[in-house]
Design a protein around this ligand. Structure first.
Ligand code: NI
Length: 184
């Protein structure tokens, strides 16, 4: 089932998500729905707050980029309760977009290497080091679980320049081609 996506101005995007465990009801179905929703909206990653659930769950599918980066060939995952243990490597600018910020793209500076601990959909725990696009996507999605959006990570001047676009989204004057949930 395709779920509506929360957009800028919706307060759930500013909340810190709660950890989940085996008792979370309907987890498999939610994960399936999040993948379906992400594919429909042509995203690479989607965090639960973007489908109106304040929990620590992310889905990622970066396999379309495997042509450029073979390490992404199998990079399709549901990620539960992630913890960023270490950020290293050079800082790099990369042009980011977000399904909760339709029509906005900005260069965002982030470290290129991340050490992460997370659980899969069966609650097996992994500790891994991710680089490149993997590191980029997980940092962006992890931010969603902390109530942070990529526009918080650009300069005040750049943010002022897109202020009009942001308020248009919050006021429902900019509607993308997927279903959304606005302010509440
Ligand atoms: Ni996003």
């Amino acid at each position: 089932m395709i779920l509506p996506i929360t957009v800028y101005g919706n307060t759930i995007l500013r909340k810190v998500g709660k950890e989940i465990d085996e008792n979370y009801v309907g987890l498999k179905e939610l994960i399936d729905n999040m993948f379906e929703t992400m594919y429909k909206a042509e995203g690479v990653g989607l965090a639960a707050p973007q489908v109106n659930k304040s929990i620590r769950l992310i889905v990622i599918d970066a396999t379309p980029f495997a042509e450029d980066d073979p390490s992404l060939k199998d990079f399709k995952k549901a990620i539960l309760n992630p913890e960023i243990l270490e950020l290293t490597g050079e800082e790099e600018l990369f042009n980011e977009g977000c399904l909760s910020l339709p029509g906005i793209r900005e260069d965002v500076q982030r470290p290129t290497k991340v050490k992460i601990r997370y659980q899969d959909e069966n609650f097996n725990t992994y500790e891994e080091v991710w680089e490149g696009l993997k590191a980029r996507v997980i940092q962006h999605e992890y931010d969603h679980l902390e109530g942070t959006l990529f526009v918080d990570r650009i300069s005040a001047i750049k943010r002022r320049l897109i202020h009009g676009k942001l308020s248009a989204i919050a006021k429902g004057k900019h509607i993308p081609n997927y279903r959304i949930i606005q302010n509440k």
